[in-house]
Design a protein around this ligand. Structure first.
Ligand SMILES: Cc1ncc(COP(=O)(O)O)c(C=O)c1O
Length: 447
């Protein structure tokens, strides 16, 4: 198999061109592996082919966005039909209304929806709505959770021991350049699954907080599930203080027909969506209680949020999303659940069989490989120093014919079958075998 790192590979040659016109040679920063990014030419079903003609099993699916993999026939058909009719108008279309109807029918807490172009925008709209509705400015988020690249949330999703402060009062640390210092400090950071600390921190800032933002199953945090009753506790605490509860389901909507809130409960005021609801096209959506969502109504005199978006709710994304989501009926989610559970078990068996100190987390069609055996309660339990080892594993899996995220995140798509589950387990087995025996992660498992 041609490694993209070969200096004569087409990826290497494309990188030489790309770095002259694009910083680092890519706009897709998340998979920027050393010595340079790789480039893909095409995808079909659950396989992608790189510019060197090498085919791999795609277990990252554009960062979990493609629940049907690539070139899913119903999406291709819907999009082709729509493109011929027009790709964007200065008006709404029936497709926007139909996708909004689908989301409100599936998620009881979502009575109204408004569309944007990305998950980042969806979270931003939810935060602005919470501010407009409550008249307060600050938000709280959980340490280790990623919510896109809006200023208020680029805080403490990658903080480390040097700067993160006490366990029960995490410091607000910038996780990116370009975020004004005062904005970082405005965001209150909470420890996941720690009721006492959350109650103390939220109560202390109750008159300033517009919203508590929570991802019920955060990838960046390592897919550590909410402890029993934790989401219900957050609901009760926020309601008691007139603070809105926002769920970020940009990734976690993958876990079930009614989303993560159907799976784990919690009854949020607002929910941010993205990824799978666009059927592979750019999308974001903010939904929630009708009374709160009124702040977006452009027809109301004195609409409280001035918001636009030239390509918001463009009919191509809406048609693609509708086709993709209609195909994800309850039976399809159940099938993904079963396959996901089997895959996580198989991958865990491989880690144990090779005596690797690690575990496999996730739910539904999502999985995450982690190089730690520690029981996971919150972000600080995920070994931050294991990231370098994970990049080596990414490259080993890449060479073994499987594409995952450099942080060990992966997901299934509907074209996959048991054959692909076997293939993923086999690739992990082979990939781990190629990691240096001196690797501290290999052969160090406690028995
Ligand atoms: C939980 C979560 N929220 C928000 C976002 C931002 O979405 P987008 O990349 O579409 O802007 C992401 C992106 O990965 C995400 O994982």
């Amino acid at each position: 198999m041609t490694r993209f790192t070969d200096p004569d590979s087409a990826s290497a040659r494309l990188f030489a061109r790309a770095r002259r016109v694009i910083p680092g040679g890519t706009s897709k920063a998340n998979l920027h592996v050393k010595p340079h990014p790789f480039y893909l030419a095409s995808g079909r079903g659950c396989r992608v082919t790189d510019v060197d003609g090498v085919e791999r099993l795609d277990a990252i699916n554009n960062f979990t966005a493609l629940i049907h993999g690539h070139a899913f026939p119903p999406v291709v058909e819907a999009v082709t039909r729509q493109v011929a009719r027009g790709t964007a108008f200065a008006a709404s279309t029936p497709e926007e209304v139909a996708l909004a109807e689908l989301l409100t029918a599936r998620v009881p807490a979502v009575e109204r929806v408004r569309f944007g172009n990305s998950g980042t925008e969806a979270v931003m709209m939810a935060i602005k709505a919470a501010r407009a509705y409550t008249g307060r400015d600050r938000i709280a988020k959980f340490e280790g959770a990623y919510h896109g690249y809006y200023d208020d949330v680029q805080v403490s999703f990658s903080s480390g021991p040097d700067t993160w402060g006490p366990d029960d009062a995490p410091a607000s640390v910038p996780s990116s350049g370009g975020v004004p210092k005062h904005r970082v400090l405005e965001t209150l950071v909470l420890p996941w699954n720690d009721r006492d600390a959350v109650e103390r921190l939220v109560t202390a800032h109750r008159t300033e907080l517009a919203a508590v933002l929570v991802d019920p199953l955060s990838n960046r945090m390592g897919f550590i599930p909410p402890a029993d009753g934790f989401l219900a506790f957050l609901r009760q605490l926020t309601r008691a203080h007139g603070i809105l509860l926002i769920y970020d389901e940009v990734i976690s909507f993958r876990v079930g027909y009614h989303g993560a809130q159907g799976r784990y409960g919690g009854d949020p005021d607002l929910t941010a969506f993205g990824k799978i609801i666009g059927g592979g096209f750019p999308v974001g959506a903010t939904g929630g209680r009708a009374e709160v969502m009124e702040v977006f109504d452009p027809g109301t005199r004195g609409a409280r949020i001035a918001s636009g978006g030239t390509f918001s709710a463009n009919p191509v994304s809406m048609a693609a999303g509708l086709a993709a989501m209609q195909a994800m009926d309850e039976a399809a989610f159940e099938r993904m659940d079963r396959m996901g559970a089997a895959l996580r078990r198989r991958l865990g068996d491989v880690l144990r069989g090779r005596r690797v100190a690690g575990q496999v987390t996730g739910d539904g069609s999502l999985f995450r490989l982690l190089f730690t055996e520690r029981p996971l309660r919150h972000y600080r339990d995920v070994d931050q120093t294991a990231e370098a080892g994970m990049e080596a594993l990414f490259l080993a899996l890449f060479d073994a014919g499987v594409l995952v995220h450099t942080n060990g995140l992966g997901c299934l798509s509907t074209p996959m079958t048991e054959r692909e589950v076997d293939e993923l387990a086999g690739a992990l087995e082979r990939g781990l075998a190629t990691l240096p025996a001196t690797s501290p992660r290999v052969g160090s498992a406690r028995r």
